[in-house]
Design a protein around this ligand. Structure first.
Ligand SMILES: Cc1cc2nc3c(=O)[nH]c(=O)nc-3n(C[C@H](O)[C@H](O)[C@H](O)COP(=O)(O)O)c2cc1C
Length: 251
């Protein structure tokens, strides 16, 4: 993904929608915070940048300075199509959101969401969006990550599917094991083998301990995401996050 993460730990989408932790997240050990998912249909033109609510300097561009010393957590901008919007309009909606909000982001995550399109249809959308993103005027290229739901990854054919998204322009794949944790490491290893070392593999779903995070990284993920364990752990959450963050990324 041509990005340098301070640690292999990412706060998964849906937990910090407005990026309150972008400034202080590095102190928790976070390599990145995924804001959103932000819906992509607002009245034209899209009004406030989602991060404006967090009081961050969204127009100042990267990098934001961390509250302490050291680099800030990177910003992944997670985008999903609202359930009500027809898929025929989805490509335009994702693009409007990227164009309006990309400046504070290091990478964008395209999430097909629940009840989304067929994988092949989504790959076509990613290809069109990738071509448009390449023309964005930025100091650094915007990396594109595609979230792959467990229902796309569980069946045989996952390797070909992953390669199809890479061919469409994905720099990284966010591989969800939500509700499908059994066999996740085997599937990750297979995907790593298929896409090669240059593609970022991010594992999410059921990571609730250091051994589980370590197993995902060893299987081939470069990065891991945590959501519910960070909520469930209560006062121990910062300790769990710090110990996962201390693990070494595989690439
Ligand atoms: C309350 C809640 C809200 C979520 N919202 C989003 C979202 O907006 N976009 C997204 O891509 N994933 C969302 N997720 C999924 C998480 O990012 C993550 O993929 C999922 O919870 C599995 O990780 P976990 O087992 O660590 O919780 C949400 C999850 C929860 C529990």
């Amino acid at each position: 993904m041509r990005l340098v993460f301070a640690s292999p730990l990412i706060l998964a989408a849906g937990l910090d929608r407005h990026g309150y932790l972008l400034r202080s997240g590095a102190a928790l050990g976070l390599g990145a915070v995924e804001t959103g998912s932000h819906w992509t249909t607002s009245a034209q033109p899209l009004p406030l940048h989602p991060l404006a609510h967090a009081g961050t300097h969204v127009d100042a561009g990267r990098p934001l300075l961390a509250a302490g010393s050291g680099p800030a957590a990177l910003h992944g901008l997670s985008l999903a199509k609202p359930p009500g919007l027809d898929w025929a309009e989805a490509g335009t909606a994702y693009w409007r959101a990227v164009r309006a909000w990309h400046r504070s982001a290091d990478y964008v995550v395209l999430n097909p969401g629940r009840g989304g399109p067929a994988a092949a249809e989504f790959a076509d959308l990613v290809a069109a969006l990738s071509a448009r993103c390449a023309r964005l005027v930025r100091a650094r290229r915007l990396a594109l990550v595609v979230k792959l739901p467990a229902t796309w990854i569980e069946p045989a054919g996952r390797a070909a599917l992953a390669c199809r998204f890479v061919a469409a322009g994905a720099d990284g794949l966010l591989v969800s094991a939500e509700g499908a944790a059994a066999g996740v490491c085997r599937r990750l290893a297979e995907l790593r083998e298929a896409v090669g070392p240059a593609i970022g593999l991010v594992s999410v779903g059921g990571i609730d301990s250091v051994p589980e995070a370590r197993a995902r990284l060893r299987a081939g993920a470069n990065l891991v995401q945590v959501h519910r364990a960070a909520l469930r752990s209560g006062p121990c959450a910062t300790d769990l996050l710090a110990r996962i963050a201390a693990l070494r990324s595989q690439g």
